[in-house]
Design a protein around this ligand. Structure first.
Ligand SMILES: Nc1ncnc2c1ncn2[C@@H]1O[C@H](COP(=O)(O)OP(=O)(O)OP(=O)(O)O)[C@@H](O)[C@H]1O
Length: 172
């Protein structure tokens, strides 16, 4: 049986505040992933700087942290056998301009405004997924999570097989 992989998706402020983009992303999440946990928060500057500390000193750091504190963000823990790569594939390249040329149907290609306002974040490895999920969901237990029961996440057609759900039940 394949192991369930988790990743952290952050929907950035300009995407959360746009109902069309928000609904589009929500449909992707509910059709392609199991949404394990979700919450909406507004970051303060200290938290944003800590989350992006690996970029401290880079020319875009101030711009990035100011943007990330400018409105609500949506945090989602996503599950799939290949969650990290799949979500990053949905996002497309960091550079919106590259996205528009390489894969015009990726989220950043379609809805990105600039390299900073590039729609959403996705963990880039299993280690960073674990660190980032714990950062925003300190209470999260990797062995005792449950499938989020928000109505709009439950409605969608989820196309996972029985083995997958048995595995999910065992973990929950
Ligand atoms: N050259 C740049 N100019 C402006 N903003 C940038 C630039 N490079 C990165 N950023 C911002 O910093 C964030 C983190 O950068 P990183 O290099 O980790 O990109 P990523 O791994 O593609 O994106 P993310 O970590 O957000 O999923 C990017 O999502 C983007 O908002």
């Amino acid at each position: 049986m394949q192991k369930l992989e988790l990743t952290l998706a952050i929907i950035k402020p300009h995407a959360v505040s746009n109902p069309v983009v928000r609904t589009f992303i929500r449909n992707i999440l509910k059709n392609k992933f199991i949404v394990v946990k979700t919450k909406r928060v507004t970051l303060d500057t200290d938290t944003a700087c800590k989350f992006y500390e690996e970029h401290a000193g880079k020319f875009f750091f101030k711009r990035l942290t100011t943007f990330m504190t400018s409105g609500c963000i949506d945090l989602h823990v996503l599950g799939h056998v290949n969650a990290i790569q799949m979500w990053r594939q949905c996002l497309g390249p960091t550079s919106v301009y590259k996205g528009q040329f390489q894969d015009p149907y990726c989220l950043r290609g379609m809805f990105g405004i600039s390299d900073t306002r590039n729609v959403a974040h996705g963990s880039d490895s299993q280690d960073s997924a674990e660190r980032e999920i714990k950062f925003f969901f300190p209470e999260f237990s990797f062995y005792q999570w449950r499938i989020d029961d928000e109505e709009w996440f439950r409605k969608g057609p989820i196309t996972f097989n029985d083995h997958f759900f048995q595995h999910v039940k065992k973990l929950a």
